[in-house]
Design a protein around this ligand. Structure first.
Ligand SMILES: NC(=O)c1ccc[n+]([C@@H]2O[C@H](COP(=O)([O-])OP(=O)(O)OC[C@H]3O[C@@H](n4cnc5c(N)ncnc54)[C@H](OP(=O)(O)O)[C@@H]3O)[C@@H](O)[C@H]2O)c1
Length: 276
């Protein structure tokens, strides 16, 4: 398993996403992910599955310190007291005494970034989390966040797949020594029928999803968090460490965003004015 390092953290480059899956189905999926080797799990207060994620982690025989666990604070909870309450509620739901990474899920349209980032720093000081970061932050919001933070921000978690060019925000993250966590890395299956990706998959004897995930983790500072509820897909999405793509193949996949522009997560109530 490959890891990426930044600001003192070591993060497995393939994590397991858990959006849109709850209860027993979520617990079973996380158990399966841990069984096949994932050591990085992504949840959020808003996913309403922290109880299931926590029970799968607590029920496994994997030492807690071997698992990198992320949760997120929802946009309605970004005032200081609300953020601290949300973080504490997440720990109670998870049944754990800390998470590894606490993220601002979406920037607030009403509460200044500096205020939220100072609250996030307070959550870190209280020991709720080992690292802090952001999600869905544009380059402009990143500048504001870095100006306000005492502690380095570990990652910016954003949508990223071959049909969405993220060069601007990726460069900004790299300049700040941050990781870039690719969410919806398969565009919720939206890129899996692409002929260029399918042709490369055939050449390597791999699935289209494996090609896309390999493309992610072969990029500097990029971490990907695919979600699946199917054991076969959970295992296949993690089996991307025993082959590599050529420079031409990497460029061909990156080039797809010149003729496609797809955003699968763009909720009007919270989405910022994107860079792309
Ligand atoms: N920060 C944010 O605002 C934000 C927003 C969105 C997502 N996220 C995080 O990112 C994670 C991943 O994103 P996502 O869930 O939106 O989308 P995704 O991982 O791009 O795609 C998930 C979809 O692809 C299917 N799939 C997975 N592996 C497959 C494979 N090998 N072959 C064919 N189909 C496959 C899944 O179906 P099956 O279950 O049937 O396999 C599911 O329908 C989320 O779960 C969440 O943790 C964060």
């Amino acid at each position: 398993m490959l890891t990426a390092s930044a600001h003192g953290a070591t993060v497995p480059v393939i994590g397991f996403g858990t959006w849109n899956i709850q209860g027993d189905a979520c617990a079973r999926a996380v158990e399966e992910a841990l069984r096949v080797g994932y050591r990085h799990i992504d949840t959020a207060a808003g996913y309403q599955n922290e109880d299931a994620v926590g029970s799968a982690i607590r029920g496994s025989d994997i030492p807690r310190d071997d698992i990198f666990l992320t949760t997120k604070v929802s946009p309605d909870d970004l005032a200081d007291a609300d953020l601290q309450r949300s973080a504490d509620r997440s720990l109670a739901q998870l049944g754990l005494d800390h998470v590894d990474l606490l993220l601002i899920h979406w920037p607030s349209k009403t509460i200044p970034v500096a205020h939220t980032i100072r609250s996030l720093n307070r959550a870190l000081e209280r020991g709720v989390t080992r690292f802090i970061g952001v999600s869905n932050f544009t380059t402009a919001l990143l500048e504001e966040a870095w100006a306000a933070t005492d502690t380095p921000l570990l990652t910016n978690q954003c949508e990223y797949h071959p049909y969405l060019n993220q060069d601007k925000v990726l460069s900004a993250c790299r300049e700040k020594g941050m990781l870039f966590t690719a969410y919806s890395p398969l565009a919720r299956e939206g890129v899996l029928d692409d002929p260029v990706i399918r042709e490369i998959a055939t050449r390597h004897g791999r699935t289209p999803a494996q090609i896309v995930l390999r493309w992610d983790v072969q990029q500097d500072s990029v971490v990907a968090i695919p979600k699946s509820s199917q054991p076969a897909n959970i295992a296949a999405n993690f089996a991307v460490f025993d082959f590599s793509l050529t420079d031409d193949e990497m460029a061909a996949i990156s080039g797809l965003s010149k003729s496609h522009h797809l955003r699968v997560a763009n909720p009007a109530a919270v989405a910022p004015v994107w860079d792309d």
